[in-house]
Design a protein around this ligand. Structure first.
Ligand code: ING
Length: 324
């Protein structure tokens, strides 16, 4: 009996700066209903799904941004989502800004089972962008001002009949993200993202935003034999164009479902979790083929000692000019 899990990525279109949380939650519930109608058991919502992508603006003092954060999950604004999901019999992954009682701020996500119980919490590991006010940018990317990096790294949970992992946005660009969860046996990774198409430090990358989005997730899925369900917040949000392209990717690296629009849209796929072993037990049998003893540099802090020496590479020995 194969283990099938019907999963949905629930893509959000733009969330306005002044859009009240209850209105956003209503949009999430409508997406959840559509996903449930189409048979989904797990619905993946985007990163920072409850608000506009507020790190595009500088706020001082920092606590003047507290209203963008959740202090409880579920809290008053999100309890209707938890209740609606439980009544629909669907579980979900939800990205949100977390403010802890002792004042720590994280870009977080919660994984909730079909009966409404919280399976686990994740705090974004790789925090992109910049720390200080950079008004030269058409819009800023101040995640390193608003959020601390998650101290706990990546985990995988027994849920939905399989091994489920979580990542957020920039995490998907780092191969270590997938390999750590792959080593923990991940069979399905939930991902939410808010990705501005324009990248001020190097605008030459803008045209490649969609390609890079697919490249990193298809590679991560294939090299670790895991499904990936990635939900975007897309469209032009407060003047900033966000990449949509929500996708569901198989352990083969194939894209099995992809959003057609940049707005609120549900995509669904029937994920055979046993398909993972076609890769985990063959090409990527870590126990048999991996060589961690030669990889130690990967886990070391980056230091000048590893920087290129600048010496010209030694050319290969030229063939002796011997007449045949
Ligand atoms: N956003 C972006 C991401 O990694 C970014 C940051 C923007 C990277 C543009 C590259 C180009 O998808 C978040 N929220 O991490």
């Amino acid at each position: 009996m194969t283990r099938h899990l019907v999963v949905a990525a629930a893509q959000l279109g733009p969330v306005a700066r002044d859009e009240p949380r209850p209105a956003v939650v209503e949009r999430l519930i409508a997406l959840g209903r559509d996903a449930a109608r189409r048979g989904a058991e797990l619905v993946v919502f985007p990163e920072l799904a409850l608000t506009t992508f507020f790190p595009r603006w500088w706020t001082e003092p920092l606590d003047a941004a507290d209203h963008w954060f959740e202090t409880d999950m579920p809290g008053p604004a999100t309890r209707p989502l938890f209740e609606a999901a439980a009544s629909l019999g669907i579980g979900f992954f939800l990205g949100y800004a977390e403010l802890t009682p002792d004042g720590h701020r994280y870009n977080s996500a919660v994984l909730v089972e079909r009966d409404g119980t919280v399976v686990g919490n994740f705090r974004k590991v790789h925090i992109p962008g910049h720390e200080g006010n950079e008004p030269w940018r058409p819009f800023q990317h101040l995640e390193r001002y608003y959020f601390e990096p998650g101290p706990a790294g990546f985990s995988v949970w027994n849920a939905f009949g399989g091994r489920v992992g979580m990542m957020l946005c920039n995490d998907r660009r780092w191969s270590e993200t997938y390999r750590v969860m792959g080593l923990l046996g991940a069979e399905l990774i939930c991902c939410g993202y808010n990705t501005p198409v324009h990248y001020p430090p190097d605008p030459s990358q803008d045209i490649l935003a969609g390609f890079h989005n697919q490249l990193v997730m298809q590679a991560g899925a294939y090299q670790n034999g895991t499904w990936i369900v990635a939900a975007a917040k897309g469209g032009v949000e407060e003047g900033s164009e966000l990449l949509a392209q929500s996708s569901i990717i198989a352990p083969s690296g194939q894209i099995v479902a992809q959003a057609l629009t940049t707005g609120d849209e549900v995509i669904v796929a029937d994920c055979d979790l046993d398909w993972c072993d076609r890769y985990k037990k063959t090409l990527f049998d870590f126990a048999r083929y991996r060589r961690p003893e030669v990889y130690t540099l990967i886990a070391e802090p980056h230091s000048p000692a590893h920087a290129p020496t600048g010496r010209e590479p030694v050319p290969p020995p030229s063939e002796p000019a011997v007449a045949p």
